[in-house]
Design a protein around this ligand. Structure first.
Ligand SMILES: Cc1ncc(COP(=O)(O)O)c(C=O)c1O
Length: 382
């Protein structure tokens, strides 16, 4: 089946007792046993809940994996993956990650005796140099947040597997509609469902998809042990969002391309980071490993004052953290999403004070372009 069909039907059919065509919200903490020693497949909702299970199956199916495991947030999902590690293990992570993921990895080093090396995301050679026989996990986002650099997934997976390490890809930015990391060699895919999978900015959640059943079972054990589960109401919202994921992504993509082109043609904008532009240094890789470029754009407007003027002047783009909803958002990574990355490290990476990030929504492209023009005019007055 094509992805548009899978989005609508993955993880469930009509409900067995009533024929309900959508998955019911199973708002229950516990389940009655049939008789002593005989439960009905469900015991307690931390361990398993039918609404959450339907979402876990759906995302697993969309990513082409064996199992899905859903959590209370994207970071809870990433934290659960770190539970697979032991003191003395080594992690190689791309140096351009969501700020919270960076903070999680740096705190692991300090608390649990796990060594983390951060390497240049766009350079497979840097992964090869950093991997040792202690490396247990290689963790990447592609495109990176917020600089839209790409990790060559096949190359990095080959390097990691040569060292016996697992490859984890945060696929939040592109979703399985535009990129399928398991097909390129990843062992685990993780999402902040808060973003595109939910798509409506009305819930926080996370999910991991495991390529193999064994790893999926280990992560279900972590999920049950630590208990950071996704509740049934939030699972339902993500299931509802998934049904329109493919059509939403098509509009995010069309609007993203159009606005990236508009920004690139504007003299006030020093640099546009969008892999769909022919001038992006990894445009060829984007074409090869992605089936689209998505709706995330970052651009450099030159200074903190200009970034502030732009963000305050736009009217449709809402100044807010997060991304991937139907509504367009603007954010200033240095003071918002990436404030937890030390200033020196931010500068080294290129997350400077003039960098602005857009999550392009599904509104009309011309209206969005006019809004950007409003922001750029205000910035020009600075
Ligand atoms: C790429 C990426 N991964 C993970 C996360 C963390 O997800 P959550 O906020 O749902 O914990 C975010 C949050 O912004 C993100 O952008």
């Amino acid at each position: 089946m094509k992805i548009q069909t899978t989005c609508v039907h993955a993880g469930h059919g009509p409900e067995e007792t009533t024929g309900a065509v959508t998955v019911p919200i199973h708002a229950t903490s516990t389940y009655a046993y049939r008789r002593f020693g005989e439960h009905r497949g469900w015991e307690y909702s931390r361990t398993g809940n039918p609404t959450r299970a339907a979402l876990e199956r759906a995302v697993a199916e969309l990513e082409g994996g064996a199992d899905g495991i859903a959590f209370a947030s994207g970071l809870a999902a990433i934290d659960a993956i770190t539970d697979l590690l032991e003191p003395g293990d080594h992690v190689v992570a791309a140096d351009n990650l969501y700020g919270g993921t960076y903070r999680l990895f740096t705190s692991i080093t300090q608390r649990h005796g796990i060594d983390v090396s951060f390497v240049a995301a766009a350079d497979p050679g840097a992964f090869a140099s950093a991997c040792t026989h202690q490396t247990r996990l290689v963790f990447v986002e592609t495109p990176t947040n917020p600089l839209m650099q790409l990790v060559d997934l096949s190359a990095v997976a080959e390097i990691a597997h040569r060292h016996g390490a697992l490859v984890v890809v945060d696929n939040t930015f592109l979703t399985p509609v535009l990129q399928r990391p398991l097909e390129l060699g990843a062992d685990l895919v993780v999402h902040s469902t808060t973003k595109y999978l939910n798509g409506h900015s009305d819930g926080i959640g996370g999910v991991i998809v495991a390529r193999e059943t064994d790893l999926g079972e280990q992560l279900h054990t972590v999920q049950n042990n630590a208990g950071a589960i996704l509740g049934p109401f939030d699972a339902y919202l993500v299931l509802r969002g998934l049904k329109t994921l493919a059509i939403r992504m098509a509009v995010h993509e069309a609007n993203g391309r159009s606005l990236a082109g508009y920004l690139a043609a504007n003299k006030q904008v020093a640099q546009v980071h969008y892999p769909g532009l022919a001038g992006h240094p990894q445009h060829a890789l984007a074409r090869a490993q992605q089936s689209g470029f998505g709706g995330m754009i970052a651009f450099d407007i030159g200074s903190l004052d200009r970034a502030r003027a732009f963000c305050d002047a736009v009217e449709i783009f809402t100044l807010a953290e997060s991304l991937g909803g139907v509504e367009s958002l603007v954010c200033h990574p240095a003071t918002m999403t990436h404030a937890s990355v030390p200033a020196e490290e931010r500068r080294r990476l290129g997350i400077n004070e003039g960098l602005v990030r857009l999550s392009v929504g599904i509104e009309d492209a011309e209206d969005l372009e006019k809004d950007l023009a409003r922001g750029l005019e205000a910035a020009a007055r600075e």
